[in-house]
Design a protein around this ligand. Structure first.
Ligand code: URA
Length: 209
């Protein structure tokens, strides 16, 4: 079974509190999500492999470590996932960025893919799928189905806040995939919002309603 990692770093938790606060305006909300995404990227990349190279310091030659050429891909789920991309790219600027767009079918309530664009070498990349909220799990599950269908072999899912119901559904559908979250909240309400959550992540990020 995939693991659930809760990033309880004090900086992440502090910033998440102000992301949740309803009086936080669009500009600050966006900046905070960006900062938390950077901090989460720092944690999620802990297991990247290293190799030794020669380096000439002003003092002498030395052996030192560099990343050993892992190819990474970031896949935001449209639209709220977009708010996490730049923060991750600050730490891993060589990552390629794909996009997955999903809408909810009004009759079946199932997420349907309406847009997908991935890097051409899908099979060789390690992907981080990002969306601020894992609520019912529907979008995350479908986005990962879309990636797997196109040959993706290595996938992680990263979000700010997850509901226990979403984690359970996600693990049923994708039991091998690890989840990286900043907070596991209490529940979903009858409208599908995470409680206590932060409201609608897309609306708060883009100033819509
Ligand atoms: N999507 C959101 O943006 N917020 C929620 O609480 C649930 C899903």
């Amino acid at each position: 079974m995939g693991k659930v990692y809760v990033f309880d770093h004090p900086l992440i938790q502090h910033k998440l509190t102000y992301i949740r606060e309803k009086s936080t305006g669009t500009k600050e909300f966006r900046e905070l999500v960006d900062e938390v995404a950077t901090l989460m990227a720092f944690e999620i990349t802990r297991d990247l492999p290293l190799e030794e190279v020669d380096v000439e310091t002003p003092v002498c030659m030395a052996r030192s470590k560099v990343l050993s050429g892992k190819k990474l891909g970031i896949i935001p789920i449209l639209r709220a996932g977009l708010g996490m991309v730049d923060g991750i790219l600050k730490l891993i600027p060589a990552a390629k960025v794909g996009h997955v767009g999903l809408y909810r079918d009004p009759e079946t309530l199932k997420p349907i893919e309406y847009y997908i664009k991935l890097p051409s070498d899908v099979e060789e990349r390690d992907f981080i799928v990002v969306d601020p909220m894992l609520a019912t799990g529907g979008s995350a599950i479908e986005a990962i189905n879309s990636l797997k269908k196109r040959g993706a072999k290595s996938i992680k899912f990263m979000c700010l806040i997850a509901a226990p119901e979403g984690v359970e559904e996600f693990q049923k559908e994708h039991p091998e995939i690890d989840l990286y979250i900043a907070a596991l909240d209490e529940k979903l309400n009858e409208k599908g919002y995470i409680v206590p959550g932060l409201g609608d992540a897309g609306d708060r990020m883009f100033g819509t309603k």
